[in-house]
Design a protein around this ligand. Sequence first.
Ligand SMILES: Cc1cc2nc3c(=O)[nH]c(=O)nc-3n(C[C@H](O)[C@H](O)[C@H](O)COP(=O)(O)OP(=O)(O)OC[C@H]3O[C@@H](n4cnc5c(N)ncnc54)[C@H](O)[C@@H]3O)c2cc1C
Ligand SMILES: C=Cc1c2[nH]c(c1C)Cc1[nH]c(c(CCC(=O)O)c1C)Cc1[nH]c(c(C)c1CCC(=O)O)Cc1[nH]c(c(C)c1C=C)C2
Length: 440
Amino acid sequence: MQKVVAVLGGGIGGLSACHHLSKSPNVSKIVLLERSGRCGGWLSSIRRDDGAVFEQGPRGVRPAGAVGRNTLNMVSELGLESEILPVTKDHVASKNRFLYVKGQLHKMPSGPGGVVRTIPPFSRPIIQSVLKEILIRKGTEEDESVHAFVSRRLGSELANIAIDSLCRGVFAGDSRQLSVRSCFPLLYEAERSRGSIVLGMLMGSGKSTEGPVESVFLSFLHYATIFTHCSLPSQHTLIESRFYSNFCVFFFKPELASVLPPAAQPLLEELRAIALVTVAVVNLEYEGFILPVTGFGHLVPSSEDPGLLGVVYDSVPFPQHNRSGGLTTRLTVMMGGAWFEQTFGHPDSVTKQTLLDRATQAVTSHLGVNSQPVWSYVGLLKNCIPQYHLGHWKRLEKMRQYISNHNLPLTLAGASYDGVSVNDVIFSGRTAAEGLIGKT
Ligand SMILES: Cc1cc2nc3c(=O)[nH]c(=O)nc-3n(C[C@H](O)[C@H](O)[C@H](O)COP(=O)(O)OP(=O)(O)OC[C@H]3O[C@@H](n4cnc5c(N)ncnc54)[C@H](O)[C@@H]3O)c2cc1C
Ligand SMILES: C=Cc1c2[nH]c(c1C)Cc1[nH]c(c(CCC(=O)O)c1C)Cc1[nH]c(c(C)c1CCC(=O)O)Cc1[nH]c(c(C)c1C=C)C2
């Protein structure tokens, strides 16, 4: 039977689902319902007339593993290869990552030399923690916080500095609340299957699918303009939508609540329990090359400055997006996340000037930059990153069971469920589409 499918939400997940649905001869019509004036969701680029580009949302994807390959396949199917700005493995932005600890920038140890020597901010060689890890007994919990898991297996220093920072740089979240099972499933599975992260990674390494390119930037605006836009009134309900054989849902739970019938209350309660954090994203442009170091950027552990997550040195990986003519430096300061309210108060009451001042102060103190930016843009991205807290996996199981038991014509996909990265979300769009129509 030919299907008419409604896709709710024109973020990258919804667009990916549309792409895969559109390849099936069994789908006669796809209706993409997007409430805002544009598609793309959090993918959002500011393009100035002088050629400068600033990202308010994601700026890169790592084309590693199955989800990375899937993204590259979709890019190729859409004929967008020429839009990719590759950042190769030997590029300085791929090799140099920094941590800002105790008032100083530290290059993250890398390569064999970096692992066997003691490199600040760490007090002993990382190899020591890695070798000990193999001997640590397997945990027994169904789930554990990322911080507890890493402290137990690799020691508190790596948990407090490296993993705390990484969780801020990916989830804008608190490693003490985030679930290892849902946020880092490979680590969790490695311990379960091999009894050790190190052994799990080594034994699985034969299957590595990494290509020569470490990171790519896709001109996200192109994704966003491929599909036309239409809108969904917020009172739209499943009952009113009887014309559609199926729904794929790609947006966060507060919005989903408005389209579900009251009878789906238990599902709504689970959806509401998935927390979201707000991030302030401040794009800055400086005259000349002002950085004391080169690399992708630096992260700040929560013990150093809870409200300041990190700084991306956009000009280093993507100099093509500097304005034409004249040397400039583009930076993005990310703030808030799980610490937004304690740092800035309620997102509705903070002023853009406060956020700009805080961001430029960080550039001055972390990077020793004394000049003022010649251009800036302050974005307040309310509820932009879902937080997979402890027990997230159980919540997902419950929700999907409810949908199945009640025969709801609904598929949950997108960043709130099975991975927050652009790659994960594109993959979830494909999986949702294939769940409805079979493999394309
Ligand atoms: C600041 C920031 C930086 C990031 N950096 C990276 C990065 O470098 N690399 C990476 O891999 N990932 C990154 N991410 C994560 C990634 O961008 C997101 O997880 C992903 O874009 C989410 O896509 P989505 O389709 O699930 O949801 P969304 O982008 O939220 O899309 C949902 C869509 O649904 C629409 N909608 C909502 N309600 C309704 C309604 N009632 N009716 C109709 N439409 C509705 C919305 O308008 C929106 O367009 C970043 C995220 C942020 C916020
Ligand atoms: C959901 C939001 C995401 C943000 N960034 C990413 C996602 C999915 C992607 C991402 N961010 C980092 C990595 C690298 C992990 C690794 O393999 O080492 C990935 C895949 C880390 C990172 N993020 C930022 C910086 C400066 C770094 C460190 C540099 C590096 O390791 O390469 C900037 C940044 N991005 C996001 C936030 C909240 C943030 C805060 C500073 C969103």
